[in-house]
Structure formats: C-alpha cells, structure tokens
Design a protein around this ligand. Sequence first.
Ligand SMILES: NC(=O)c1ccc[n+]([C@@H]2O[C@H](COP(=O)([O-])OP(=O)(O)OC[C@H]3O[C@@H](n4cnc5c(N)ncnc54)[C@H](OP(=O)(O)O)[C@@H]3O)[C@@H](O)[C@H]2O)c1
Length: 286
Amino acid sequence: MPHNDITANSTSKECTFKKSITVEGIAIESTVIESIAIESTAIENTAIASLTKNRRTIVETIIITGANRGIGLALTRQFLQTQRAVIATCRQPDAATDLQALSSNPNLEIRQLDVTDLSSVDEFSASLTEQTIDVLINNAGVTGGSHQSLKDMETTSWLATFETNTIAPLRLSTLLLKNLRSAARPRIISVSSYMGSISRPGNGAYAYRSSKAALNKVMQVMACDLADDGIIACPVHPGWVRTDMGGSTADLSVEQSAGGLIDLIDKLNMAQSGHFWNWDGEKLPW
Ligand SMILES: NC(=O)c1ccc[n+]([C@@H]2O[C@H](COP(=O)([O-])OP(=O)(O)OC[C@H]3O[C@@H](n4cnc5c(N)ncnc54)[C@H](OP(=O)(O)O)[C@@H]3O)[C@@H](O)[C@H]2O)c1
C-alpha cells in the first residue's frame, strides 16, 4: 500500500512528497509533485485535502539517448504513457520534430546530447547534479556505414562506430553513476544487437558486429563492477525493427519492440544483471 511523506508550505503553489509503491514485488520510492490551487485557510489544516489537484506522479526517471527517432522515440512515448519521467536526449533538439510533438507532456524533458562529444556528455552529466536517475538507456547507435565488407573495409568509420556503439555507453554510464546510486533499483541498459553475438555466425558488417560484440562485453564487465552497488547492467537486443536502421521489411514495429523492452526493463533484477536479453524477455547466448 502507498504511504506518503508530505511536506508543504502555505505560500507555495507546489508541494512535493515521497511515495512508496510496489511494482513487481519491489518497493519503489517516487517523487510526486502537486500543482495546487490553494484555498486560503484550509491549507493550515491539511496540505492535501484542500487542494484542487493536477497531479503528475513520477514513479521513475528514465534517460534515453538517441530519442528523436526509431526505437528511442518509441521508448520515450511508451515510458511517458506509464507515468515515468523521461529525459529524452538527442543531438539536435530543435530539429527533433517528432520528439518536440510530445513536449506538452510535463513528464518529458528534452535535452541536447551527442554521446560522442565529450563536452556535450560532460555538460549533460554535470547539469543533472544529484538528481536521481532510475534507468539509463544507451540507445543511440550507428550502423557504421557501407564500407564494411572483407574487400572494402573503411577503418576510420570503424573507429567512429566503436566510439558511438561501444565507448559512449560506458562513458555516459560512468558519469551518471552518481545519479543512479540513489535510485531504488538502478538499471543501465545498452541497446546492443544479436548481430554482435559470437555464437551467431554472419557475413560482413564488421564494424557494426564487432562494436556490438564489444558492447556486450562492456556491459558484462560493468555488471560485475557494479554488483556491490546494486546497479543492474545489461545489454539488450531490440529485435529486428522497422526503423531507418532496420529498414521497412524488418519483423517488428517500434511499438512492439519498445513495449517488450519496457516489460523487460521493469522486471530485471540483480540475478539477471550481466546477461544478454532479447526484447521479449528471452535470455540470449553471447
Ligand atoms: N532497428 C533494428 O532492427 C535494430 C536491431 C538491433 C539493434 N538495434 C539498435 O537499436 C538502437 C536504436 O536503433 P534504431 O533502429 O532506432 O536506429 P535509428 O532509427 O537509425 O536511430 C538511431 C538513433 O541514434 C542516434 N545517434 C546516432 N549517433 C548518435 C550520437 N553520436 N549521439 C546521439 N545520438 C546518436 C540517432 O540520432 P540522429 O537522428 O541525430 O542521427 C538516432 O536517434 C541502436 O543502438 C541500434 O544499433 C537496432
């Protein structure tokens, strides 16, 4: 059952209180912000009973990278539908029209973040100060271009692919540990790909496959390093999804993939940390 720890003052038009709820058997502490219309003297008797409420309940705060299109945008939409606050990040917020179309939602914050730009990442991390972050989703990713065959391998773009797909998730995760540590059930989720599975042979796509294989290892090591802190860290495969990257003939819609990923993220526990998960909750081989 919920219990509330309420603080309010009679001159303020907002009050904030902590609320504990139970999701999947796990107690989650949430911050609730009330927008209130104060009825003069009644506030002295009870902060809540006298309020006309326009409540926005924030159960968890989620950061998503690459949230302007594709899977990141769908994750943003669906998390917002489940009373979560989303800090949706992208390289060019002003050009992110689909994301901006959601901006009337008070639980959405749109922020600039290029995950390979060190100053952008540092500035973003510093701006969060001590704000609690429950889930970081390293979603931003690139295919690595069209020169990835045995006969035509372009190594400069290969390195750039590693920067985005492998190094950036580790760097951002490290900088946000200060924010994740104060969460009740902190999770770092990196959107990887089954194309990076060592146990799954396939042709070409050297840069993409190797960057995701390395990301899987990064997440496994991170899970070991963060186990004592109670932080869950997992790579996930979103399925083959109809996005700019996945193409129009892919198996899944972005809504199916994001819905499955959110179910998975909501259920993940410490015993599942450091493993590779499919969008539908199935455990994948490395
Ligand atoms: N679609 C699939 O079938 C599939 C399958 C397996 C794995 N995945 C993975 O799922 C994730 C999302 O893929 P998607 O299909 O949604 O791809 P997408 O439609 O191509 O979107 C990629 C997103 O990543 C962002 N991004 C790229 N580089 C960035 C950077 N340096 N900083 C910030 N954002 C950056 C893009 O931003 P801009 O708009 O600014 O370029 C865009 O928002 C990727 O990690 C991908 O590898 C996808």
